[in-house]
Design a binder for this molecule. Structure first.
Ligand code: SD4
Length: 316
């Protein structure tokens, strides 16, 4: 009864099954995307989704998320969301309860509280530890040394960036596998939805917003063409709207794999070493994926459930 495709930060079948079983039990494609992402938020997938991950330069975890309805082209997004764990839920509330598309920062949190979302501290012992190690100058073990050859330049000892006048201090994607959950769901009636949820980039400048909540960058859905979702080095990827591009290429007749490859190579033209991946699915339920293979990090995993098999197919 449709298809659910997702870029998963963790090889976690349960999260995948949450989206698929939502579809199977008659939920809408939007419900499937929301429930799948929300589960990841609660389980803190890989530390890159939900609370307790990717502390910023002040130690705080902030969340980005979006959801898009490919039938109506409505979308809802939150950026730099603070104190609320269920970012994808707030994104959906923005879509369904306001005339707006994106709310950001402190005011987004106030909106969420007014909508009944519980305000909680998003800091955990783990995120505090990542932060305090960084203050001391200890990099996380998974830094992309190949991309940032001098890791000492990109971690502590902490000095405010402004004082250093170093606004371009390199950021790091968390590269154990990849980050962010990105999902596409398509049902048998051809409804398409897509969404993302992430806690962004570790040690980001407070206020930094990544690609994930940007419509057309993190994800895109149009029931007349298909859906796409992307993950990786958001600061670079958002400049190319890869999800929008992939959907438009599928509309023009490209098969999903070719659409994904083109979206990735468009970014590579300018940033050959960027870290990122994209998944897409068209309205006939065909899907594809592509990533940029930077040395040492050549694998992205995604999972697919469709009516031929409701056992998630794991792909690299
Ligand atoms: C971001 N794309 O905020 C997200 C996080 C990520 O590898 O996927 N990092 O840039």
């Amino acid at each position: 009864s449709g298809i659910s495709v997702q870029l998963l930060p963790l090889l976690n079948r349960n999260i995948h099954c949450t989206a698929w079983s939502t579809l199977q039990s008659g939920g809408s494609v939007l419900d499937a995307v929301q429930m799948g992402c929300a589960r990841c938020e609660m389980e803190q997938c890989d530390g890159s989704v939900g609370y307790g991950g990717s502390p910023d330069e002040s130690g705080e975890t902030t969340l980005d998320a979006m959801i898009m309805n490919g039938d109506t082209m409505e979308a809802g997004a939150v950026a730099d969301l603070r104190r609320i764990k269920n970012a994808i839920g707030v994104a959906r509330a923005v879509m369904e309860h306001t005339d707006h598309t994106m709310l950001a920062g402190e005011s987004a949190s106030v909106f969420a509280e007014n909508m009944g979302f519980v305000a909680e501290d998003l800091t955990t012992n783990k995120s505090m530890n990542i932060f305090s190690e960084w203050l001391k100058g200890n990099c996380q073990p998974n830094y992309r040394k190949n991309v940032f050859p001098d890791p000492s330049k990109s971690c502590g000892p902490y000095k405010p960036r402004a004082a250093l006048k170093q606004h371009k201090r390199p950021q790091h994607a968390n590269t154990r596998s990849h980050d962010t959950i990105g999902m596409i769901a398509l049902d048998r009636d051809g409804h398409v939805a897509a969404g993302t949820s992430t806690n962004g980039m570790t040690h980001k400048v407070p206020g930094r917003v990544g690609d994930s909540p940007i419509i057309g960058a993190g994800a895109y859905a149009d029931s007349s063409a298909g859906g796409a979702a992307a993950t990786g080095d958001g600061d670079v990827m958002m400049r190319f709207l890869p999800s929008y591009l992939a959907v438009e290429l599928m509309r023009a007749g490209a098969d999903p794999s070719a659409a994904c490859k083109t979206a990735i190579s468009r970014i590579k033209r300018h940033y050959s070493e960027f870290f990122g991946a994209i998944i897409c699915a068209n309205t006939t339920g065909h899907y594809g994926a592509a990533c940029n293979k930077v040395a040492g990090f050549s694998q992205f995993h995604y999972m697919v459930s469709n009516s031929e098999s409701d056992t998630p197919l794991l792909k690299s």
